[in-house]
Design a protein around this ligand. Structure first.
Ligand SMILES: [Ca+2]
Ligand SMILES: [Ca+2]
Length: 262
């Protein structure tokens, strides 16, 4: 009996240390899951239908409330293992040359205090120009666009009934970074900047820096679909369970990931 109690206790200790280990891989508290959605994305800078993004993982840009202060969302399309889709909504409604959207991805999720060659930054400036960068060890070097497509426009949505900028971006994992088409975990950072409102500064998820991959958020795992009505809190619990499972089953999961879609 004592041995059994000791065993349970040891497993609990092991589990909590694994959780701590996972949490420190990125900015604590900033995680999401890669969901496969059935709704196809139409890249027109707005919610083309009421359900276009409802099967994505949706997060608040600021605090804990998904509303007019901004949201962002991420999902993969069922049937395509590599096409990453992003949505960002900003309260910004002014067209300025200095407005900027930023999405950073570290497909290997290997942290670091400065961008490395496997870190990718996508920047959209002034609602007109897409720039792409690869980490160079100390900062970012400009590179050619890796077939990333995007569109933003002034629109309203479920989260903000006033006209505001909505961005949709799609990027192919297979060509995006030197890490290739790895399954999660990926580190991720998104931000928005309204040049008409400089005092507000860069609004970012997590509220850290694009230049510090070790403090980005983390796409911890993937799931085939977020079923209708499943709450975010429950998904967060599932995520924690999945992370522990992922550590044990990583090899077999990786193979099944590559057989999904294409
Ligand atoms: Ca759309
Ligand atoms: Ca603006």
């Amino acid at each position: 009996m004592k041995k059994a109690v000791l065993l349970v206790f040891s497993v609990m200790i092991l589990c909590s240390s694994l959780m701590i280990g996972v949490a420190t891989a990125g900015e604590p508290g900033y995680t999401l899951i890669e969901a496969y959605g059935g709704a196809t994305i139409t890249l027109d800078g707005k919610w083309t239908s009421a359900t276009e993004w409802s099967d994505a993982y949706i997060l608040p840009m600021v605090g804990t409330t998904k509303g007019a202060n901004g949201i962002w969302a991420y999902k993969m399309n069922m049937g395509d293992a590599y096409l990453m889709s992003f949505l960002i909504e900003s309260p910004d409604n002014t067209n300025d040359a200095g407005d900027r959207w930023t999405i950073c991805i570290d497909g290997a999720n290997d942290g670091g205090t400065a961008p490395k060659s496997d870190d990718t930054k996508i920047e959209i400036v002034g609602h007109t120009t897409l720039l792409m960068y690869a980490g160079n060890g100390t900062g970012w070097s400009l590179m050619a666009n890796k077939a990333v497509t995007w569109k933003d426009s002034l629109a309203n949505s479920t989260y903000n009934s006033a006209n505001h900028y909505v961005l949709e971006v799609q990027a192919d994992k297979g060509t995006l970074g030197s890490w290739g088409a790895n399954p999660p975990p990926h580190a991720v950072f998104v931000s928005m900047y309204d040049a008409s409102n400089p005092s507000k500064g860069i609004v970012a998820w997590p509220p850290t820096s694009a230049d510090n991959p070790g403090r980005w958020g983390v796409i911890t795992d993937y799931m085939s679909e977020i079923p209708e009505g499943l709450t975010l809190a429950f998904v967060a619990v599932l995520s924690s369970v999945a992370v522990i499972g992922a550590l044990a089953l990583r090899r077999s999961k990786t193979s099944s990931y590559f057989f999904r879609g294409r």
